[in-house]
Design a protein around this ligand. Structure first.
Ligand code: UD1
Ligand code: CA
Length: 450
C-alpha cells in the first residue's frame, strides 16, 4: 500500500444470535477463529498498524489477537453503542494521519487484494465502501447511489420500501482517508431509531461535508458476515471450497474433494494423495508423495515424504511421521515421532515418545504414558520389533534392534539387541478336555439319581 494505512478491526459485538458463551469472533471456520482470519488478511494487505476493538473483559479475544498479530493495539469499547462508537474507542488511531480501513471481526473471508483495491478508492474519495449483491439482502445496509454517486448507506431498519429494493449492500469494510477520518467519525450523530452510532453514516456525513465517497464491489462469497450458526456453516463451506481448490492447484490429489475438511493452515507438498473423508485440524503439514487414507483425523501433525497414514488413523498434536513411515488403521499417535520407514500398521496407541527408524510396532501395542498424575516417555530404538499386544509402561526405553515378545508388559528398559518377554509361561495339559467331560458326565448322572 502506498500511503501509510492502519486497519481497525471491530470485534466488540458478542453476537447474541450465536446463542453461545463464546464471543462471536472466536467461533471458527477452517479450524481458525473468525478474528484470526481477519487479522491474517490485514497483515497480508500490508497494514502499517493494526488495532482491534474488543468488548470489556474479553481477555480471550485479546489473547487470540496477540497470538496472530503481536504488534496489534487493543482498545476496549465499554458499551456496545454501534459500529461508529466502536471505532471511536480506537480514536487515537484516527489521529495518526494514517488512512484507515475498518474491518468487522465477523466477516472472515475478505481477501488482502480486496482491501488494497478498497484503499485505492481513497485516491478519488474521502470514504471508500465495499459493496456486494447478496442473494438475500435482509439485514444489510443498502448503498444509495444518486446520479452515479454514492450518497448514503441506509441501514435496513431506517430504510424506505424503495431503499429496501436496492440490491447493492454494505459489506461493512470501509476505508477512510487519514485526513478526514476523525472529523467524519466524530460527526456521526445519534441519527437513527436504534440509538446506535452507525459507521455506515460516514457516507452521508462525507457528502454533507462536500467530500466524495467511492464504492467497490466484491463477490458475496468474500464478504458475507456471520451473525448466526447457519451463516457460520455457510462461510466455512465457502472457505473449504477455496482451500480445496488451492490444495489441488499446488499439486495435491483430493480424490473426493467435497468430503475432505481442511484447516486454513493445512499445507500440502506435491503429489500428495488424500483419499475420501479425511479431516485436517489446525497445524498439519503433509510433505510430497505422502498418502492420507480414508477416515483419518489429523491435527498438529507433520507427515514427511512418501509416508502413509490411515485408513482410520488419528494423528494428534506433536506427531511427526518420518519419511516413508506407515501408520495404519486404528492407530492413534500423540506427541510422538516416527523415524524413517518405521511402522505401526494396526491398532496401537503411541503417545509421548519416539519410534526409531525402521522399527516395527505390532498390533495392539500401547504406550502406557500416563500414571494418573504425570505423563512419561517411551523411546524405541532403530529397527526394534515390538510383538503384538504389548504394553510398554513409561518411562521406558527399548534398545536398537531389540525384540519384545508378544503380549509382554514391559516395565524395565530393554538393552540393544536383547529379547524381553514379560508374560506368564504357557501351560499345556494333555488330554485335559476329555477328563473334564468325563467328570461332568458323572456329576450329572449322580444328580439325577439323588
Ligand atoms: C453491519 C453494517 C451494515 C452491513 C453489515 C455487513 C453498521 C451500522 N451496519 O451491520 O451496513 O451491511 O454490517 O455485515 O455498520 N461491533 C462493535 N461494537 C458495536 C457494534 C458492532 O464492535 O457496538 C462490531 C461487531 O463485533 C461486528 C461488527 O462491528 O464485528 C458489525 O456489527 P454487527 O452488529 O454485526 O452489524 P450488522 O448488523 O451486521
Ligand atoms: Ca454482522
Amino acid at each position: 500500500m502506498a500511503a501509510k494505512t492502519a486497519i481497525v478491526v471491530l470485534a466488540a459485538g458478542e453476537g447474541t444470535r450465536m446463542v453461545s458463551a463464546v464471543p462471536k469472533v472466536l467461533h471458527r471456520v477452517g479450524g481458525r477463529p473468525l478474528i484470526a482470519h481477519v487479522l491474517e488478511a490485514a497483515k497480508s494487505a500490508g497494514a502499517d498498524k493494526i488495532a482491534v476493538v474488543i468488548g470489556p473483559g474479553r481477555d480471550d479475544v485479546a489473547a487470540e489477537v496477540k497470538r496472530i498479530a503481536p504488534g496489534a493495539r487493543i482498545f476496549v469499547q465499554r458499551e456496545r453503542r454501534g459500529t461508529a462508537h466502536a471505532l471511536l474507542a480506537a480514536h487515537t488511531m484516527l489521529t495518526t494521519g494514517h488512512d484507515i480501513i475498518v474491518m468487522f471481526g465477523d466477516t472472515p473471508l475478505v481477501r488482502a487484494e480486496t482491501l488494497r483495491a478498497l484503499r485505492d478508492g481513497l485516491n478519488e474519495a474521502a470514504v471508500s465502501v465495499l459493496g456486494f449483491r447478496p442473494a438475500n439482502p435482509a439485514g444489510y445496509g443498502r448503498l444509495v447511489i444518486a446520479n452515479g454517486r454514492l450518497t448514503a448507506i441506509r441501514e435496513e431498519r431506517e430504510s424506505s420500501e424503495a431503499e429496501r429494493a436496492i440490491t447493492l449492500c454494505n459489506a461493512g469494510v470501509m476505508a477512510l482517508s487519514g485526513k478526514h477520518a476523525l472529523d467524519i467519525v466524530r460527526a456521526i450523530g445519534n441519527r437513527n431509531t436504534k440509538q446506535e452510532f452507525y459507521l455506515s453514516d460516514a457516507v452521508a456525513i462525507a457528502a454533507e461535508k462536500g467530500l466524495a465517497a467511492a464504492a467497490r464491489e466484491a463477490p458475496e462469497e468474500e464478504v458475507m458476515g456471520i451473525n448466526d450458526r447457519k451463516q457460520l456453516a455457510e462461510a466455512d463451506a465457502i472457505l473449504q471450497k477455496r482451500l480445496r481448490e488451492s490444495a489441488m492447484a499446488s499439486g495435491a490429489t483430493l480424490v473426493a474433494p467435497d468430503t475432505v475438511y481442511l484447516a486454513a493452515d493445512t499445507k500440502f507438498g506435491r503429489d500428495v494423495t488424500v483419499e475420501p473423508y479425511v479431516v485436517f485440524g489446525p497445524g498439519v503439514v503433509i510433505e510430497d508423495k505422502a498418502t492420507i487414507r480414508s477416515f483419518s483425523h489429523l491435527e498438529g501433525a507433520h507427515v514427511a515424504v512418501g509416508a502413509t497414514v490411515g485408513p482410520f488413523a488419528r494423528l494428534r498434536p506433536g506427531t511427526v511421521i518420518g519419511e516413508g513411515a506407515r501408520v495404519g488403521n486404528f492407530v492413534e499417535v500423540k506427541a510422538a515421532k516416527f523415524g524413517k520407514g518405521a511402522k505401526a500398521n494396526h491398532l496401537a496407541y503411541i503417545g509421548d515418545g519416539s519410534v526409531g527408524e525402521g522399527a516395527n510396532i505390532g498390533a495392539g501395542t500401547i504406550f502406557c504414558n500416563y500414571d494418573g498424575i504425570e505423563k512419561h516417555r517411551t523411546e524405541i530404538g532403530k529397527d526394534a520389533f515390538i510383538g503384538s499386544n504389548s504394553s510398554l509402561v513409561a518411562p521406558v526405553k527399548i534398545g536398537e534392534g531389540a525384540y519384545v515378545g508378544t503380549g509382554s508388559v514391559i516395565v524395565k528398559d530393554v538393552p540393544d539387541g536383547a529379547l524381553a518377554v514379560a508374560r506368564t509361561r504357557q501351560v499345556v495339559k494333555k488330554g485335559w478336555v476329555k477328563k473334564l467331560r468325563a467328570i461332568k458326565k458323572l456329576r450329572a448322572h449322580k444328580g439325577k439319581k439323588g
